[in-house]
Design a protein around this ligand. Structure first.
Ligand SMILES: Nc1nc2c(ncn2[C@@H]2O[C@H](COP(=O)(O)OP(=O)(O)O)[C@@H](O)[C@H]2O)c(=O)[nH]1
Ligand SMILES: [Mg+2]
Length: 277
């Protein structure tokens, strides 16, 4: 069974190396193979050059995907999802606000067969740096509005930590370019009837001086995304878990370790045009 950790990175030169080390050191259940996919989103601060150099060191090994120009977190994630070959896909921001030590806890409900998707919530009592009251209010507002339209009872819709069964994720036709991807994913999962779990995570928020980029304009655009993806078609199709889990398929072992082996050397380094969807 393979876990793909998808890392969208835009101008994160001061954190991405340490982040990769932490992801590489993250504890995961023994039978889980980890694939790291970093999507550089047209960084202009030296992140891209640093990533190219780190890729040659392969400690930890990762695949570097380069967006031709900056397009936003949504487009970077969609690209990463397409490149990911895992049975499970986890979103990991390239800053140090979230802690990969939370992976085992977040993976458990999916590994137990209880969940199709797990959200790590910053608002369920886990340890967190105290910062930004108005961000908290904004987050609660956006999550509440999203909940009203999805009829889900989430506490943190905007969290970066979302883990999906890859087969659920592949069912969704996602379009968001920027931060609208979080409400879009949430709306589509609700429409698909995916089984969502939520667990407390630790959160080390950063200040603007430390590189935080998200601001009130992103909040306003998130609001529009919540309305758009919940109230306008096309809705996601209903999701039904397969009778045999993809990772339990009897003939899988004889197929070798899967699609990753078929990728060309350099792992998609070419800055190919990024088709929508
Ligand atoms: N702000 C921003 N982040 C992006 C973009 N493309 C990818 N990302 C990544 O998406 C994640 C968003 O970070 P987030 O924690 O939501 O915002 P931040 O902490 O305020 O920077 C980080 O890993 C970014 O590097 C982009 O165009 N803008
Ligand atoms: Mg962040």
């Amino acid at each position: 069974m393979r876990l793909s950790v998808v890392i969208p990175a835009y101008n994160e030169r001061s954190t991405v190396e340490e982040l990769l080390a932490r992801v590489g050191a993250a504890p995961v259940p023994g039978d889980l193979e980890v694939e790291i996919v970093v999507v550089d989103d047209g960084s202009t601060d030296g992140t891209r050059e640093l990533l190219r150099e780190l890729e040659t060191r392969a400690d930890p090994p990762f695949r570097l995907i380069e967006q031709p120009a900056n397009r936003g977190k949504g487009a970077a994630l969609r690209r990463g999802f397409r490149e990911a070959t895992g049975d499970l896909v986890l979103i990991q921001d390239a800053d140090l606000e979230y802690n990969p030590r939370d992976y085992p806890k977040l993976l458990q409900p999916i590994l137990d067969g209880e969940a199709d998707v797990v959200y790590g919530s910053r608002f369920l009592g886990g340890p967190h740096r105290v910062l930004f009251f108005w961000h908290y209010v904004g987050n609660r507002f956006l999550t509440t509005l999203s909940n009203m339209l999805t009829d889900l009872n989430l506490s943190d819709m905007e969290t970066c930590y979302k883990i999906f069964r890859a087969d659920v994720l592949r069912e969704m036709s996602l379009r968001s370019e920027r931060f609208g991807i979080e409400p879009e994913l949430t709306a589509r999962l609700a429409q698909a009837g995916a089984r969502i779990y939520e667990l407390p995570i630790s959160y080390h928020g950063r200040s603007y001086a430390e590189g935080k980029k998200i601001g009130w304009k992103d909040g306003v655009s998130a609001l529009w995304s919540i309305l758009k993806y919940n109230l306008t078609p096309p809705r996601a199709h209903r999701w039904h878990p397969p009778e045999i889990e993809p990772w339990d398929e009897p003939d899988r072992m004889s197929e070798g370790s899967g699609a990753a082996d078929e990728l060309p050397a350099g792992g998609g380094r070419a800055a190919s045009a990024d088709a929508p969807g």
